[in-house]
Design a protein around this ligand. Sequence first.
Ligand SMILES: Nc1ccn([C@@H]2O[C@H](COP(=O)(O)OP(=O)(O)OP(=O)(O)O)[C@@H](O)[C@H]2O)c(=O)n1
Ligand SMILES: [Ca+2]
Length: 491
Amino acid sequence: MKEKNPWHTPVTIIITVIGVIAIVALVTVAVLQNRPLPQKYKYGIVLDAGSSHTALYIYEWPAEKDNNTGRVEQTYSCKVKGPGISSYASAPLKAGESLSVCMQEAKQRVPGRRHSQTPLYLGATAGMRLLNSENSSASDKVFQAVEEALQKFPFSFQGARILSGQEEGAFGWITVNYLDDRLKQGLETKGALDLGGASTQISFVSDNYDGSESPDNAVTFRLYGNDYNLYTHSFLCYGKDQALRMTLAQQTQSGPGTINDPCFHPGYTESRNYSVLYDSPCVSDRKPQGPPANFTHIGTGDFQQCQEVVKRIFNSTHCKYSQCSFNGVFQPLLQGPFGAFSAYYFVMNFLNLTDTSIPLEAVREKLGHYCATPWNQLKQQHPKVKLKYLSEYCFSGTYILTLLTEVYNFTSENYPNIKFIREIKGSDAGWTLGYMLNLTNMIPAEAPDSPPLPHAGYVSIVTVIAILLLVLFILSLRPLWPLCSKRPQIV
Ligand SMILES: Nc1ccn([C@@H]2O[C@H](COP(=O)(O)OP(=O)(O)OP(=O)(O)O)[C@@H](O)[C@H]2O)c(=O)n1
Ligand SMILES: [Ca+2]
């Protein structure tokens, strides 16, 4: 008689089949669950209405994760043609019109179904601060025109306003540290140095600053469960365009017909109008009495002397705090790494001086050599650079070096802690991202609670436990095994 396979009993066959089906089903669920889903995004738009120009930025983040876990990234930027909105004081409507090309582009870039949920912000900085201080009705008209123009687009317009200097500094700091992933991980933060056309900001966390000395410079945050006491200051009129005006004003106080300027290249000669030069609240009170209409601006290209002229725009005679940077403004001890962006980067990048491991002495020497380069030679070497920009890099480089080393007090030791940066991981360094993260509540005060296991880990563990249970179950049927394996007896 044919021997019967002991496993071929109905009970064991049924158990095995059910077990196999259960395992296949579990694995299928686990695989399907972890398949990458087509990602959906949300968007936000910020217009940076700076003193020298306006730029539009589109940010995106995963739609399912906007509860503080998804990363916000810049996907697009657009530079508005023409000057900053504050330059349209006498023709406000044109300020609104100037934004339309970039706004049309944004309409194309953000998917149509998201338009109405996409917040749109406009923040204006030092150019509008100056215009507002000198002629508030003109600045109101510019805002009105800009708001009317922006409301015509299908986005969720959240208003146009002037940022305070503190906000500008603090949001720049948030941007840099958010993009560096320093906030979420509670790492040491990076200071932010921003140089614009009309103002400049310095923001950093220092162990010897808790906000009690000079509270005006303090901004406190609780982000991802960590407390930060940020020192920040914005110097109005100390952006590089206004600083140049102040330096020229310094040299034309007696209303001469000609000035020999060490901050411009030998061979550079330009006729300048006194009224145009003094048409800014940063210098208007210093306009010489009865000057000629124009003066001849002649370059002599001497870095050392340029540095002397530049130093004169910083007043370090009075300080009522333990220490000051200049103009009586408190500044704690510098601490940690720093990211220097906007004009810091444009200028140092042009001058090939973004490498801060170059000793300061060598940086000064290179700049000295650059400033002494004849203007004609420079124009030949850089035929594509706008002449206005090209003529000002010697001044701007000297200004940056003076500001960093003579005013903020960076030394040969900590100068290498500065990194000149344009962007971090594809997003531009600047205040706009920090501004949007703040207004959309995208950075939580407390660290978000996360499940103890990631999803894939959870599925794998459930699968393993299920298999173990099945094996246990089969083992528990052991008492039946001898019955099954007993050879049939022939009587
Ligand atoms: N490739 C570039 C772009 C800009 N600039 C100059 O850099 C300065 C600052 O530019 P930016 O940071 O854009 O200043 P704004 O935001 O316009 O000014 P603010 O922040 O003071 O409002 C301006 O003088 C601009 O002419 C430059 O030298 N090279
Ligand atoms: Ca700016």
